[in-house]
Design a binder for this molecule. Structure first.
Ligand code: DAH
Length: 340
């Protein structure tokens, strides 16, 4: 055996011993550098290979490469062990301690009610539509046949935005109801239409047990040929029964909305309402779409008929869960939210 080859085995053994003795990743890396780094002892031998006698080279090269491969394998294995060790907790662990239970997140009760209503309408073939919360007077009022002197447009009731530039043709506002989305959808697509629109609305109310400056509505719009008040009533009754179970009674009371004719308010009664000490609770507005509204969006009122409604989500949630203060929904106190 040549003198050159004779060095390899002892060097390898020394390196293996040091690799096994390294007890953390930094120490391991030092061993790597001292043997396999660019000036390491193995690297130096490799560099000398070229100056060996020709007949000595093949055996020397082979033996050197085998040793190097073995070192690299052990190095990788040892690195894996030390990485695992570094990831484990340094303190001893008491595996008999009870685990910490993670609190599961849940959907907000208003979201749950909204999702349930949407699910019921989907069964009837309704799609969900959406529109902006920052609206203009046209979509929120004019196109809905609500004239400029109507009290709903009073700045006592509506949040108006400061004009962005003096020449904005329409005053911008926070929508006071989701009915604005009726106009947006009808302007965008031809009849027939079956949509529901859940969303946030804003009014200049002071917060108390039954008012909040922002709350949620779900709007519905159905447009087709030969749509009747009977369809409206049947649909509303079906939805409430699905949502709140049997024992539900629904009553339509004549009312006025500028965008429907005839118009109704929907009162609702069930054992929970009676528990709150009332016979009926007003829960929605609705009616048959006014011909003028169809004209405004370019639908022919001689051909098309329809109904629309707007439910207050909080009202429904309050009945469902027996809650008597709307502000609880907006305080986001987890002790309250956890119950649903
Ligand atoms: N927009 C009304 C409100 O906010 C509710 C409403 C009434 C919506 C009648 C409608 C409707 O679509 O036809 O009080």
């Amino acid at each position: 055996m040549s003198e050159f080859i004779a060095q390899i085995e002892p060097l390898k053994q020394a390196a293996l011993n040091e690799l096994r003795a390294a007890h953390d990743l930094a120490a391991l890396d030092q061993v790597r550098v001292s043997y396999l780094g660019s000036n390491g002892q193995f690297t130096t031998l490799l560099k000398q290979l070229g100056s060996l006698a020709r007949e000595e080279k093949p055996a020397a090269g082979k033996s050197l490469n085998q040793a190097k491969t073995e070192l690299e394998t052990v190095l990788a294995q040892r690195r894996g062990e030390l990485e695992l060790k570094a990831a484990l907790p340094q303190e001893p662990t008491d595996f008999t301690l009870p685990g910490r239970r993670r609190a599961l997140g849940k959907l907000h009760p208003l979201t749950q009610v909204t999702d349930d209503i949407v699910r019921i309408f989907r069964k009837l073939g309704f799609a969900v539509a959406d529109g902006p919360e920052i609206e203009d007077e046209y979509h929120c009022f004019d196109a809905l046949n609500t004239p400029a002197d109507h009290p709903a447009r009073d700045s006592q009731d509506t949040f108006y935005l400061a004009p962005a530039n003096g020449d904005a043709p329409q005053r911008r506002l926070l929508r006071t109801h989701t009915s604005s989305v009726q106009i947006r959808v009808m302007k965008q697509q031809p009849p027939p239409i079956r949509i529901v629109v859940p969303g946030r609305v804003y009014r200049r109310d002071n917060a108390d047990a039954t008012h909040n400056p922002t709350f949620q509505q779900i709007e519905g719009l159905y447009v087709d040929r030969n749509v009747t008040v009977g369809d409206l009533k049947g649909t509303v009754e079906f939805v409430f029964r699905e949502l709140l179970g049997d024992g539900v009674k629904v009553r339509f009371r004549p009312h006025y909305f500028s965008y429907t004719e005839p118009s109704y308010e929907i009162d609702f009664s069930n054992p929970l309402v009676r528990k709150l000490g009332k016979d009926w609770l007003e829960i929605a507005g609705c009616g048959m779409v006014h011909p003028q509204v169809f004209e405004n969006v370019g639908y022919n009122p001689e051909i098309w008929t329809g109904w629309a409604f707007g439910f207050g989500i909080e009202r429904i949630a309050m009945i469902r869960y027996g809650i008597n203060d709307i502000r609880l929904f907006y305080e986001n106190d987890v002790r309250f939210l956890r119950q649903f």
